[in-house]
Design a protein around this ligand. Structure first.
Ligand code: NAP
Length: 303
């Protein structure tokens, strides 16, 4: 039995395993995607992590992994499907039917892409509908694409796509972006990005591949011809499997302060799946470190 199981190998989980190994805990990290480093790998460039200006997200994720391996991290490649607690022991059931037991858990399972849930979205995933410009943007060289959303991700993706695509429509449902001002300035000054505000996506159309998108603008239905659509409308926390174990807020995020302590003893939460003000790499790695400090105190029966 482990002293600690960390679930999720994004920034928060990798930070946690580094701190856990340095604290000489008998710990393991479970990763759903082999050699994964979470959402960070979808960022073209990270400009806000102190000391690492203009680092690619993919490279930074790999550096976190390499660091974890250097301090002796043990990785298990499996998808966790259920967690139960019996007599203060956590039993973590995986999709291959294996069960991993531990005295404590740091849950760092992150978030998944929010869907628009409109007609054509599900049907055309991988055929022009994408949730990751850095992964799929290269397929749209000299083509016309749309990006949906008004946050940091949507605007970053529009800027990234504008470098290869011929034309980028940036479609947002309100008349104001929530993305940071630097990104807003950048999209406004990029010639091949056309901003369409107050537009509600209704349907994605295409026989085999995406051909167009229907929007409602000023109560009128309009059709835009496009070759691909990048949906960047935020994230949904991966908290479903623990919803009966720990307290969640109304949006499904696990309630905890920066100590990572949840409503369940010995169960800690780190990274984007935690209720928090700011979801960034810098806050995710801090969560991982703080959780390990809490785990140590818990194992010493101090909390
Ligand atoms: P976000 O900030 O939650 O923005 C989601 C956007 O999608 C919002 O503009 C929202 O519109 C729109 N939206 C939501 N549901 C929609 C729907 N059903 N139909 C149409 N539009 C919809 O998500 P995000 O941009 O992915 O960012 C997530 C977090 O990561 C944020 O904390 C962000 O700051 C961070 N992040 C940071 C960076 C960076 O620092 N460079 C880069 C990427 C992400 P409304 O505005 O009307 O609500």
């Amino acid at each position: 039995m482990y002293e600690l199981v960390i679930i999720g190998s994004g920034c928060a989980g990798l930070s946690a395993i580094i701190y856990a190994k340095r604290a000489m805990l008998n710990a393991v990290i479970i990763e759903k995607n082999y050699n994964g480093a979470g959402q960070i790998t979808e960022s073209e460039q990270v400009d806000n992590y102190p000391g690492l200006y203009a680092e690619s997200g993919f490279d930074l994720g790999n550096k976190f992994r390499e660091h974890a391996k250097k301090v002796g991290a043990e990785f298990i490649n499996a998808e966790v499907i259920d967690i139960t607690n019996d007599n203060n022991i956590y039993n973590i059931k995986c999709s291959d039917n294996s069960v991993i037991s531990a005295r404590t858990v740091i849950y760092a399972a992150g978030c998944k892409h929010r869907k628009l849930n409109i007609i054509g979205e599900k049907e055309l995933i991988g055929k022009g509908v994408s949730y990751c410009a850095i992964c799929d943007g290269a397929f749209y060289k000299d083509k016309t694409v749309a990006v949906i959303g008004g946050g940091d991700t949507a605007l970053s993706e529009a800027v990234l796509l504008s470098k290869t695509a011929n034309k980028v429509y940036l479609i947002h449902r309100r008349d104001k972006f929530r993305a940071n001002k630097v990104l807003q300035e950048k999209v406004r000054s990029t010639d091949n990005i056309e901003i369409i505000l107050s537009a509600i996506p209704m349907q994605i159309i295409g026989a085999k591949n995406v051909e167009s998108i229907d929007l409602i603008i000023n109560n009128e239905r309009k059709r835009l011809c496009i070759d691909g659509v990048f949906i960047a409308v935020g994230y949904v926390p991966n908290s479903n499997i623990v919803k009966d174990m720990v307290d969640l807020d109304n949006n499904g995020y696990i309630i905890a302060d920066e100590s990572g302590k949840t409503s369940k003893n010995g169960f800690f939460v780190a990274g984007d799946v935690r209720q928090k003000q700011l979801r960034q790499i810098v806050t995710a790695v801090s969560d991982g470190a703080n959780c390990v400090a809490s785990v140590e105190r818990y194992l010493e029966n101090l909390i």
